[in-house]
Each structure stands twice: as C-alpha cells, then as structure tokens.
Design a binder for this molecule. Structure first.
Ligand SMILES: [Zn+2]
Length: 199
C-alpha cells in the first residue's frame, strides 16, 4: 500500500486534542490527516486549519510532550519497506505474527460494555485493519474473549499479551480525546486505561 504523508521534509508531526503526544500523520483515501499509528486519531483542529505541522527535531523543543513510539516505529518500517524488495514486508509481517502468538505471558483485562460497543465500530474489530499484525491479533483476542459477571453487569474479559492489550488502550485513549462522547463511554475507557495504561 502506498502511504502519503501529510508533508514532506519531515513536517508531518502534530499533537492531538490531549496536546501531549506527537503523532506522525498521513493522508487517508479521503485526503484527511490521520495518525500513522491508528486511523482514528486526528490532529488538533487548529493545526489542521493552519496546516501547522512540524518536523521531528522541532518536537524535541516542546517541553512536557512526548512522541508516539508507535508512529516512530511505523515510520521506520515505512523507510525500511521503501528500500526492500516488494515481497520482503510480507515476510516481516508473518514473523511479527508468529512472535505475537508465541508470547509467553497472557494477562487478561476487563472491558465494560460501552467500550466493547465503541470498538465494534472500528476497523480493528471489523477486520478492515487486519493488514496490521497487532490489529489482527487484537481482533482475534476480542473475538475469543468471554463475558464475566461483575455485580449486575456483564464485562468482557480479554486475554492477550500485554502489547496487544495496549492496542485496545490506544482506542480507549482516542475515545477520551473525541468530541460527543457519552459519560458511560468515558468511564469505560478510563476503567480500561487504569488496568492497561498506554505508557
Ligand atoms: Zn501515533
């Protein structure tokens, strides 16, 4: 897949509504800027309007902010991919999947129904993001999860390696940054992040 970054000369980094994390942005099929790490994360409104993106070096000059490690890794992968034979990335992906399946530790975390409902709307759960090995592993963990009773509530118990549970955390965090989110959805996202912090 051809990936078009927002700007060239390294000017592709922007923060989101939380303001603390720099993500690298690409253009999606509709020409909108979306984060390399997750397609649901978008740049702040004023930065989109002013076309205010910065290069990686500039992000170092802002105190109290961090760069998204997943975007960094994706950029590295893109650069490596550009220098390799076309079939090489497929092999890399297979290796990553095997590694995920062989991960020795399989902790579990509990997800409340409002976050479950939110995730059902995402490409990660409906299979559109299966080309990303971590999304694929997360989808499989989501589908094989079982409900447990907690008081009057049924809660989804998801068992997966920590690195895969963190994929759900990225969606929970983007939910916290979104507009028009119901209080119950926020509570469900926060409850998840308490168990599986993103950083
Ligand atoms: Zn990112």
């Amino acid at each position: 897949m051809e990936i078009t970054l927002v700007r060239d000369n390294g000017r592709i980094w922007s923060t989101t509504h939380s303001g603390f994390t720099w993500h690298a942005f690409r253009l999606n099929e509709d020409g909108q800027a979306v984060a390399l790490c997750r397609k649901t994360i978008r740049p702040r409104g004023h930065e989109t309007g002013d076309a205010w993106y910065v290069n990686l070096e500039t992000t170092h000059t802002y105190a109290l902010t961090v760069r998204c490690e997943r975007c960094m890794a994706k950029l590295d992968a893109l650069e490596a991919q550009a220098q390799e034979e076309p079939e090489a990335p497929v092999e890399t992906q297979g290796a990553a999947e095997r590694e995920l399946e062989a991960a020795p530790q399989t902790p579990a975390a509990l997800m409340r129904e409002k976050l479950v409902e939110h995730l059902r709307e995402t490409g990660m759960v409906n299979g559109a993001d299966d080309s990303d090995p971590e999304c694929l592993a997360a989808r499989k963990a989501f589908e094989s999860a079982t409900y447990v009773r907690s008081g009057a509530e049924q809660i989804l118990k998801i068992t997966a390696p920590r690195s895969i549970l963190r994929v759900f955390s990225e969606y929970a965090e983007s939910l916290l940054q979104a507009d028009n989110v119901e209080p119950e959805e926020l509570e469900a996202a926060e409850a998840w992040l308490t168990q599986v912090p993103l950083h």
